[in-house]
Structures are given as C-alpha cells and as structure tokens.
Design a protein around this ligand. Structure first.
Ligand code: UDP
Ligand code: MG
Length: 349
C-alpha cells in the first residue's frame, strides 16, 4: 500500500550552518512525519543534507543527526562549491532513490508548511512545483530592493526566471532524469528547470527571517549570481552590444561630417580636451563590451573542460576509511562471510 505513495527526499544544502541546523533539522523531520502520517508521502522518505564543504562543525552535526534518526542522510562535498552545485549534488544523489525531491535552504527562511501544498500539487499531476515568496516584509529594505532588481535585470536580459522564486521547489525524479542530461558546468537552477519543461505550477508562501547565523549572499555574491545567470542562460547582452555599437557608430559618422564641415569652413577645431573625452568614452565602452564578450569566451572555455560539477567525498551511509579501521574486525568478518557465500554460489554453478 505504501508503494502507492510518493517517496520524498528533501534536499538541504548547508554551508557553515552549525548555529541553524540543530534548530531546523527537527522541524524538517516533524514535517516529514506529518506528511507521512497524512498519507501524502511514503514512510520511507528521507531528509538529505548536503554539506557544501563547511569549515565549522556542520558535518559533525549532520553525522549526529543521521545516527539519531534513520530518516536523516548526509553527503559532503569535497570542498565549498557554492549553493547551486550543492543543490545539484543532492538532487542527483536523490534522483534514483525517490519519486519526488523538494530542495529547501536549511536556515528556516522558507516556510516548510508550503511542502503540503507542493506535494498536493504533485499528486494533482504537476512534475515541478515552484515555491514563490508572496511578500518580503521580513527582508531588510536593502535586500528587498536588490533582490527585486535582480529578478527584473534577469528577465530584461533574457534569462527567464520565475519572479520571487528562489531554490525552494518540488521536482519529480522523472524531471531530474532529463535534467541530468544538461551537462553544463555553470548552473543556474532557477533558469534551467523551466527549460526542462513538463507540467509546472507555483505555490505561495511568506518568507521568514533567518533563524540564526548570517546570509551567505551579500550584494557582491548576488551580483555575481545575476551575471552568471544572464551569461549562462542568454546571449542577449551580446545583441545589446551590437545594437549599442550601431548607435555609437551613427553618432561617430555624424561627428566626422561635423568635423569635416568645421575644417572646410575654416573654424578652428576644438582641441585636445574634446578629443581626449571622446577617446575615453569610446575606450570605456569598448572595455565593457570586451568584458562581456570575455565572459562568454570564458564560459565556453570552462564548458569545454567538462569538469565534474560536484565531487562527493563522504556519505553517511557508506563506511569511511576511519570507521573501516575502527571496525576492521567486523568488516573482515563480513568479508569472510561474503567470500564463503561467493564460494557457495561458485560450487552451485
Ligand atoms: N549555501 C551553500 N553553499 C554556499 C552558500 C550557501 O550550500 O556556498 C547554502 C546555505 O547553507 C543555505 C542556502 O545555501 O542553506 C542559502 O544561503 P543563505 O541563506 O546564506 O542565502 P540567502 O537566503 O540569504 O539568500
Ligand atoms: Mg537564507
């Protein structure tokens, strides 16, 4: 009977979250139990923490959690690779083990009660359910304005993203199987899932304040994410340069005609200062344009490398080397049993 209910894996990226995790982990577990008791998901659902190479005690906390309850699992990236890669690592780990995934930040900002609506929408036949913030009252004024500017900039530059949707979303394993075919290294999940397609919808929730710790997304990182998103998803900036270049070119021609007329009519052409100004303006435009084009060339270079997008160094359910040494005897015993079993099967053949 349980098979009829979807198996859910909640994927939670964590980077230096020792202050938050002990508070939010039990809340996630309660939610999982609630959904299971309401018969919306399978009892065998899991919560997968992805430690994104934290430098504090996050990985230890994750290990303690997995010891305390079988519903908790953890994987650890070999180094810090950033939020997007951490989420992908978790989703790829989950895709063959579950029917649906929900990715959510570990800081308690996204209302976990929206998970009920997400699962309901999945049961209604949607393959992707985006969590959308209905309002941002709890964000600081600065965060709110910069974040809204971020979505507007993204859309105007041709990287289609769902307004006020971050990385809180339900994705079915079927969609993830196809998502896995997107082999690019510069990943911007919010822009990529709409590209995968399938039936999708949104659920709305109110965003809370961070429970503890600090945001890892200051303005600098947000601008980097916006630039990454735009250059990963669209070539509009290049078209923009071409258009801008054409306009500057027209003005250039007018300037040349004006200069010729001025010299023919015998007026002294204005001197040095205006020339330097023009050179500076054009120099600036050229540099900016080169920078943007350079961004694309750089990305092509990175894509050509086909580097792995993430590397998992440990899994809580796989014995690490250290534990292997500690439990050597037990493992040796297991191995000898296995060997005997293999011998048995050999004899049977
Ligand atoms: N995070 C991560 N790797 C990073 C930075 C952040 O895995 O390099 C995680 C972090 O632990 C959190 C989520 O990504 O669960 C969102 O980060 P944060 O809350 O700092 O961003 P904000 O909500 O302020 O945009
Ligand atoms: Mg946050």
């Amino acid at each position: 009977m349980d098979n009829a209910k979807p198996l859910l894996w909640i994927v939670i990226p964590c980077y230096n979250e020792e202050d938050v995790l002990p508070i939010t982990a039990p809340v996630f577990l309660d939610k999982l139990n609630e959904l299971a008791t309401k018969d919306m998901i399978s009892m065998n659902s899991r919560i997968l923490f992805v430690d994104d190479g934290s430098k504090d005690s996050t990985w230890k906390i994750i290990n303690d959690l997995t010891d305390s309850d079988e519903h908790f699992l953890g994987i650890r990236q070999s180094r810090n690779r950033g939020h997007q890669n951490a989420v992908v690592a978790g989703l790829m780990e989950a895709k063959d083990n579950c029917d649906i995934t929900i990715s959510i930040d570990c800081d308690g900002q996204d209302d976990i009660n929206a998970m009920n609506d997400m699962v309901t929408e999945y049961l209604n036949g949607y393959e992707i359910v985006y969590g959308v913030r209905s309002k941002r009252d709890t964000d600081t004024f600065f965060k709110r304005v910069t974040a809204q500017g971020f979505y507007k900039l993204m859309n105007s530059m041709g990287a289609e993203v769902i307004y006020n949707h971050a990385d809180y979303r339900l994705v079915s394993s079927m969609v993830l199987q196809h998502f896995a075919d997107f082999e690019e290294v510069n990943i911007f999940l919010r822009g990529m899932f709409p590209l995968v397609g399938f039936r999708s919808t949104s659920v709305y929730y109110e965003r809370n304040e961070r429970i503890a710790g600090e945001s890892h997304y200051p303005l600098r990182k947000m601008l980097a994410l916006a630039f990454d998103g735009i250059t990963s998803m669209s070539v509009k900036p290049v078209n923009f340069i071409t258009g801008f270049g054409a306009i500057v070119g027209i003005f250039g021609v007018i300037g040349v005609i004006w200069a010729v007329i001025e010299s023919i009519t015998g007026h002294t052409v204005a001197g040095w200062a205006s020339l330097v100004c023009i050179i500076c303006v054009l120099g600036g435009i050229q540099l900016v344009s080169l920078g943007i084009i350079g961004g694309y060339v750089g990305k092509t270079y990175m894509e050509a490398k086909h580097r792995p997008r993430y590397i998992i160094s440990e899994r809580t359910w796989v014995h690490t080397r250290r534990i292997y040494i500690e439990e050597k005897n037990a493992i040796t015993e297991d191995e000898s049993n296995n060997r005997e079993n293999r011998k048995d099967t050999g004899e049977q053949k």
